[in-house]
Design a protein around this ligand. Structure first.
Ligand code: PXP
Length: 258
């Protein structure tokens, strides 16, 4: 487990992704709303870390956002990046606490699936090695598939983030099936010595069944929180998410009195 991102009172860490504050800013150009201000507010509201994805097309977070986040944050920065030379150079320049390697296609609306750590072994290996040598904790964003987790081990990545998008998008029985895949993958991650995170598409409605999974130590959540902020403020959205996560965790470990 990454000591820096551990909060004793919060065994399940919340990483707040502020990409879509930048999406709104970029819709008009200019400086408002400022994702760095949102990140500082998220810190105060109980975020254990901040996540930002610098995309190749810079559709939301910009290079200067990464520079300003590096200067401003007290909690660790999780830098989401594609495995490209350009992103590696930026990661090595700013040395975030963690780097989460994601697949990236220009035409996609969001990160639509996990990395192929099996087929992409030879491409990914040098990026993971260089980031690791620089002291950056590498995670791989993967679909909840045990074979992909085994590939993460053989690549030397210490952390995986399980893609929860299919679970969040599915309904009823299909959602239950997707949840079972996440539960099994998280248990497998534990068995093979990987630190396990999860994220993508999580909401107040979908977070609890994921938060109770004991092998998961961090959730990364962004789009829903930024959307909720329109109605009740970012502070209140983060605090409610944090409370749901804490409650789920306490109930699953039997520490909540009846
Ligand atoms: N984790 C990863 C690796 C992601 O790419 C994203 C989306 O940028 C998230 C978590 C957060 O997803 P969402 O914005 O849907 O909460």
């Amino acid at each position: 487990m990454s000591e820096l991102m551990t909060r004793k009172s919060n065994p399940l860490r919340l990483g707040v992704n502020i990409d879509h504050v930048a999406t709104i800013r970029n819709a008009r150009g200019g400086a408002f709303p400022d994702p760095v201000r949102a990140a500082k507010l998220a810190e105060d509201a109980g975020a254990d870390g901040i996540t930002a994805h610098l995309r190749e097309d810079r559709r939301h977070i910009s290079d200067s956002d990464i520079e300003r986040l590096t200067d401003a944050l007290v909690v660790p920065l999780n830098f989401e990046m594609a495995a490209t030379d350009e992103m590696l150079e930026i990661a090595l320049k700013y040395k975030p606490h963690a780097a989460c390697i994601v697949p990236e296609k220009r035409e996609e609306l969001t990160t639509e699936g996990g990395l192929d750590a099996i087929g992409g072994h030879n491409h990914l290996k040098p990026y993971i090695d260089e980031l690791t040598r620089a002291g950056i904790r590498v995670s791989l964003f993967l679909d909840p598939n045990p074979a992909q987790l085994d590939a993460a081990v053989s690549l030397g990545a210490p952390v995986v983030e399980l893609h929860t998008g299919a679970y969040c998008e599915a309904r009823q029985v299909a959602r239950e099936r997707e949840l079972e895949r996440i539960v099994a993958a998280a248990a497998h991650a534990d068995q093979v010595g990987l630190e396990c995170h999860a994220g993508h598409g999580l909401t107040f409605e979908t977070v609890t069944p994921v938060a109770v999974i004991p092998n998961i130590v961090e959730l990364n959540i962004g789009h829903f929180l930024v959307g909720e902020a329109i109605f009740g403020g970012l502070d209140s959205a983060i605090k409610r998410m944090r409370a749901l996560m804490d409650q789920a965790r306490a109930e699953s470990s039997g520490t909540l009195s009846a």
